[in-house]
Design a protein around this ligand. Structure first.
Ligand SMILES: [Zn+2]
Ligand SMILES: [Zn+2]
Length: 315
């Protein structure tokens, strides 16, 4: 795949899986997105490395895909935003984690809510599930990530807190001159009863090639859901425009959002960006959506040239 990258969406829904005749086109599985790129650690025999954002029920589909396409053994780098059920409930259905020879590195920051390993282990105790965490046959590793910048999994990763109803982080991953920001389960700050953009969340998304952002509510329903940890549509479009991202993907759809309603939400979002004169591409995530990102080695060179200059200026 040279230095190009691919994002794939395996689960796009929030809160609880919601299969049924009204959610066929966008899908009913909960949060799971992958980023494949040559720069990610673990890619062997010409295969790209694999980053997985969240372990919602969509993770099961990824596991089946890896088996079916004979892409095992795999080293998956799983970045968890938080441990609400819709982000971890697919973990024990990820078949490669049950097969020896595979490797799953789990990253997270559940500051104040107990550790990530404890949450995964807790949902697998015998009364809930017949196989325990320690019986999973793949090599599992857990890593706490502090807020800030890291070089992990072969890529540059930035971690920052999001405004949600429990400890939650967003991620920005940069490799081969491209950046992807994953901010789900986030809502605006409120000042004097108005939605305000948080500068930390904005910084995480600034200038990203692709921003995947929570867009669970319409503007009309948000006033009744303030504090639930999810964003209204207009705020998300404004956030993306202010961050100067190239492409926005609306994500973490409400279980009540039918295919028809999501079509309408997408249309409204595009109209808002167009009315503001923004050159912003907008999609609504659906299961199976793939976004190809060609490598941008030129941007890497520019960054390499800028960094020494910045350090001279700082000294
Ligand atoms: Zn969620
Ligand atoms: Zn949540």
């Amino acid at each position: 795949m040279s230095d190009s990258q691919r994002l794939r969406f395996w689960g796009v829904r929030g809160s609880i899986p919601s299969p049924g005749p009204d959610t066929v086109r966008y899908g009913g599985n909960t949060s799971c997105v992958t980023l494949e790129a040559a720069g990610i650690a673990g890619g062997v025999d010409g295969k790209p490395g694999l980053i997985v954002f969240d372990a919602g029920s969509g993770l099961r589909l990824l596991g089946m895909h890896l088996l079916r396409e004979k892409l095992l053994p795999v080293w998956a780098h799983l970045f968890l935003t938080h441990t609400h059920w819709d982000h971890i409930q697919g973990f024990h259905f990820f078949v490669p984690a049950l097969i020896p020879g595979n490797h799953v590195s789990i990253f997270g920051n559940a500051e104040g809510e107990g550790d990530v390993a404890g949450a995964l282990e807790g949902q697998m105790v015998h009364r809930y599930f017949p196989i325990g965490l320690r019986q999973m046959a793949a090599k599992l590793e857990f890593h706490h990530l502090d807020y800030g910048e890291h070089q992990v999994a072969g890529v540059h990763v930035t971690v920052a807190p999001l405004n949600h109803s429990s400890a939650t982080v967003g991620y920005r991953v940069e490799t081969a001159g491209r950046s992807v920001a994953y901010l789900t389960d986030a809502e605006p700050r409120r000042v004097n009863d108005a939605n305000v953009i948080d500068p930390v969340m904005l910084g995480l998304a600034a200038g990203a090639d692709v921003l995947i952002h929570d867009a669970q509510y319409t503007d009309e329903e948000y006033p009744g859901k303030i504090g639930w940890g999810h964003s209204p549509l207009s705020y998300v479009v404004d956030f993306a425009m202010q961050a100067g991202v190239k492409r926005l993907v609306l994500f973490h759809h409400d279980p009540m959002s039918t295919d028809t309603r999501l079509d309408a939400l997408l249309k409204t979002a595009r109209e808002r960006a167009a009315a503001a004169g923004a050159r912003l591409e907008i999609d609504a995530a659906y299961e199976g959506l793939q976004i190809e990102l060609p490598g941008n080695a030129q941007r890497d060179r520019k960054r390499a040239l800028q960094e020494p200059a910045a350090s001279v200026a700082a000294s």
